[in-house]
Design a protein around this ligand. Structure first.
Ligand SMILES: Cc1cc2nc3c(=O)[nH]c(=O)nc-3n(C[C@H](O)[C@H](O)[C@H](O)COP(=O)(O)O)c2cc1C
Length: 258
């Protein structure tokens, strides 16, 4: 009996059966949890939009809070809203669009200061009208760019003057915890609130290595030991707030053209 169990054939049969059972369990779990994972990722993205706008309330469900935001899609070449149905707007995936030649454009090296290679033709923006007077109090803009190890994806929210920062968040990156990962530090993120983006029409908002001077309206402290991630953040802010990003849209908003 024992000699039978010790046979190579039986050993291989048991090992193979175990592999098959385990792989079925693991792939079954991955498939059955996929929709939950997608739901969680979407909830996290929405939470970041609400947090960037500075109106997040941890006690309330994020889906409820997000209902206070109106999603619009901007044609980045004109800075105007596209005339799409609510379903088309809700279904638009800017990250996916940025990877497909038909829905994005290749950036020249000189233009690509955020190191993203391709830019989607359209961008989803989120308008928050807290006092329900029909005028947006905050506009939340998607931003992304390369740090040291990864592309950082996040949001920058501006006040209705489209110049004062209401908040900045990153919901996805792979920078080193404690170094570049300090972009998630609430104390560092709080520094952005109230800073100005534009000085005489030019993007002036940036990180300052060694610390911003007191009263610097455009400077945020650089990240200690993470100059390269910090440079990436300055570059992506410069890109998305500049001519290739949202400056045309923000000018249209400011001038009441949209
Ligand atoms: C394991 C390891 C992880 C690092 N992660 C980061 C990072 O996430 N972001 C960053 O800018 N620098 C990171 N650095 C440091 C960079 O290599 C570089 O030294 C640093 O950006 C220079 O910043 P400093 O001038 O502020 O010291 C890391 C270094 C090591 C050894």
């Amino acid at each position: 009996m024992s000699s039978n169990n010790d046979s190579i054939k039986k050993t291989l049969t048991v090992a193979l059966s175990l592999c098959i059972v385990c792989s079925v369990v693991v792939s079954g779990a991955a498939v059955s949890l996929r929709s939950q994972q997608q739901f969680n990722a979407e909830a996290e993205r929405k939470r970041n939009i609400v947090q960037a706008a500075g109106v997040y309330d941890a006690a309330k469900p994020i889906t409820e809070q997000f209902k206070q935001f109106e999603t619009r899609v901007v044609d980045l070449s004109t800075g105007l809203y596209v005339d799409w149905s609510d379903e088309e707007i809700a279904a638009y995936d800017q990250r996916k669009a940025a990877s497909e030649p038909a829905t994005s454009r290749q950036l020249d090296k000189s233009e690509d200061i955020a190191s993203i290679r391709r830019q989607a033709n359209y961008a989803s923006v989120y308008l928050y009208d807290g006092n329900q007077d029909g005028e947006a109090d905050r506009v939340v803009l998607p931003i992304h760019g390369y740090g040291l190890w990864s592309t950082l994806y996040g949001f920058m929210a501006l006040e209705s003057d489209v110049n004062t920062v209401a908040g900045l968040t990153f919901y996805s990156h792979a920078e080193t915890p404690g170094l570049g990962g300090e972009v998630d530090n609430p104390a560092w993120k709080a520094q952005w609130v109230g800073k100005n983006v534009y000085d005489d029409g030019e993007v002036a908002l940036r990180l300052v290595k060694g610390g911003a001077a007191p009263g610097d309206r455009y400077g945020v402290d650089g990240l200690a030991g993470a100059t390269l991630t910090g440079r990436g953040v300055s570059n992506l802010v410069n890109f998305w707030m500049g001519d290739s990003g949202f400056s045309g849209y923000l000018t249209n908003l400011k001038e009441g053209k949209i």
